[in-house]
Every structure is written in structure tokens, then in C-alpha cells.
Design a protein around this ligand. Structure first.
Ligand SMILES: [Ca+2]
Ligand SMILES: [Ca+2]
Length: 266
């Protein structure tokens, strides 16, 4: 019996991941770099109006920079107003999930010290009908709680959306790397989130495999893979095929833009 147990505990995963190559990530310098995703209008898949949803991303943060740095923000004000936002705060090393239904919303936070600077981490946040969840590196944060406000699902209100900052003034720019940022218009199971984490940015989210059975609900997937084109700057392609490519935006001072980094991936 001991040998059987050992094989179960140490053997390969009991399913086959449908793999994709992961060659590159996106580096943002923390100084006004971001990716413009345009305006999310009525009927857009990223509106997520009144819907359970899941956001997933790999991130590697560098010290310094702004507080409450945004991974993804679809809003027109602070605290994800009229939409939703996912942030990583380098001071407290805490994840923030903001969801706002148009009249009310909340700031849902992980424990402090939830992740390490300079290392790749996977974050998934889930909005279910009855509440929110934060998952870090494949494990649910059982102590996550509301810093303010209360449960809501996203509003049906047009706002802009961005990767790497918020939407109404400078000051929440991500300093570090992003990769494999994905959005679903459903609440993924815990087993799905564990599987996505275990695949380390190499699972094909457009196909079902193992416990991951939500490919049909994928509404955005930015893989940050440098394309063959010579556009400058190159567009940030959405591999779900449901959104127009994102535009890497230059900062006014130095005019540099987010850059593909094919040396650092999760
Ligand atoms: Ca910059
Ligand atoms: Ca990638």
C-alpha cells in the first residue's frame, strides 16, 4: 500500500495538459507604461455585466513604483467604479479585487505579504453569485476579506479598459512583468484554477483539458507573445479572438512603451 500511495503522491498529473508554447511576457517600467484596451461598450464580452467572472494573470513585480498597481482595470474611477479591477500593492504585497455594480461595490483584499517581489506568481480572482475569492499560486486565500464595501457583480456601464494602470489619471502603473492575462465570463472551479497555475502559463485556455472545462467562457486572453510583424509598437493580441488588439502606450516623458521580454516567462 505504501508504494501505491507514493506513486499517487509523486506521479504525473492524472490528466494531460493541452500545451501552448510560452516564449515571452510583457515588461512595463512603472513610469506611465500601459496597454490601452479601448472602450468596453454595451454587449462587449468584457463588460461582464451582472455576471460571475474570473480574472487570471501571471505577474512579476519589481520594487518601488506606485501603490495599488493595476494588472487589469475596466472602470471610470477609483475602486473599480462601474466595473472591476485587479491590483497588486507592492507596499503590503497584497492583492486587491475591486468589483462595482454601478451603485455599490467593494474592495476585496488578500492577506498582506501574499507574494514576493522579483518572482513570478499566479493570481486568479473569482466573482461568484454569492461572493469573491482570491487565489494565489493555486491556493485560495481563506482569509481574504473586504477592506471596504460589499459584494457586487459588474455594472453594465461603458468605460475604458487598460492593462497595467487604471483609467482616469496617472499613478497606478504596474512596475514589472505581466503574462497570460485571461478573463472568463463564468466563475471557474478551484480545480480549474489549480490546473491553470500548475501549467505555468503553458496551458491552452482556448481548449478544455483535465479539470479545466471553461474554454467556452474565455472572453479575453493576452499572451504577450512577440509576433512576427514589424509594427512599432506591436499590438497586444487577444488570443480569445473576442477583442481588438491592445495598444501599448508610450509615456509622455520618455516616449518608451511596454516591451516584450522573451527572457523572462513564468
Ligand atoms: Ca515608461
Ligand atoms: Ca506569454
Amino acid at each position: 500500500m505504501a508504494i501505491v500511495f507514493l506513486q499517487l503522491a509523486c506521479g504525473p498529473a492524472p490528466y494531460q495538459v493541452v500545451e501552448v508554447a510560452n516564449r515571452c511576457s510583457l515588461h512595463l517600467d512603472g513610469d506611465d507604461d500601459f496597454v490601452d484596451l479601448g472602450t468596453i461598450v454595451a454587449g462587449s464580452p468584457m463588460m461582464l455585466a451582472g455576471s460571475p467572472f474570473t480574472l487570471s494573470a501571471w505577474f512579476r513585480q519589481e520594487p518601488g513604483g506606485d501603490p495599488y498597481q493595476r494588472i487589469l482595470d475596466k472602470s471610470d474611477g477609483v475602486l473599480g467604479r462601474n466595473g472591476y479591477a485587479l491590483a497588486v500593492d507592492p507596499g503590503e504585497k497584497r492583492i486587491h479585487l475591486y468589483v462595482h455594480g454601478g451603485k455599490k461595490g467593494g474592495d476585496f483584499i488578500s492577506v498582506g505579504g501574499a507574494y514576493r517581489m522579483g518572482a513570478w506568481h499566479h493570481v486568479a480572482v473569482v466573482a461568484r453569485e454569492g461572493g469573491l475569492e482570491i487565489w494565489l499560486d493555486g491556493r485560495r486565500d481563506g482569509r481574504a476579506s473586504y477592506e471596504s464595501g460589499s459584494h457586487a457583480l459588474p455594472a453594465d456601464i461603458a468605460t475604458t479598459a487598460r492593462l497595467g494602470t487604471w483609467n482616469h489619471e496617472p499613478g497606478r502603473e504596474l512596475k514589472g512583468w505581466l503574462d497570460e492575462v485571461a478573463v472568463w465570463n463564468t466563475d471557474l472551479t478551484g480545480d480549474s484554477i489549480e490546473a491553470i497555475y500548475s501549467a505555468r502559463g503553458r496551458g491552452d485556455l482556448s481548449r478544455d483539458w483535465g479539470p479545466y472545462d471553461s474554454s467556452g467562457a474565455l472572453v479575453a486572453w493576452w499572451r504577450m507573445e512577440a509576433g512576427p510583424g514589424d509594427d512599432s509598437p506591436p499590438p497586444i493580441t487577444d488570443s480569445s479572438g473576442k477583442n481588438a488588439p491592445g495598444r501599448p502606450m508610450p509615456d509622455p516623458a520618455s516616449a518608451n512603451t511596454p516591451t516584450f521580454d522573451c527572457q523572462s516567462v513564468p
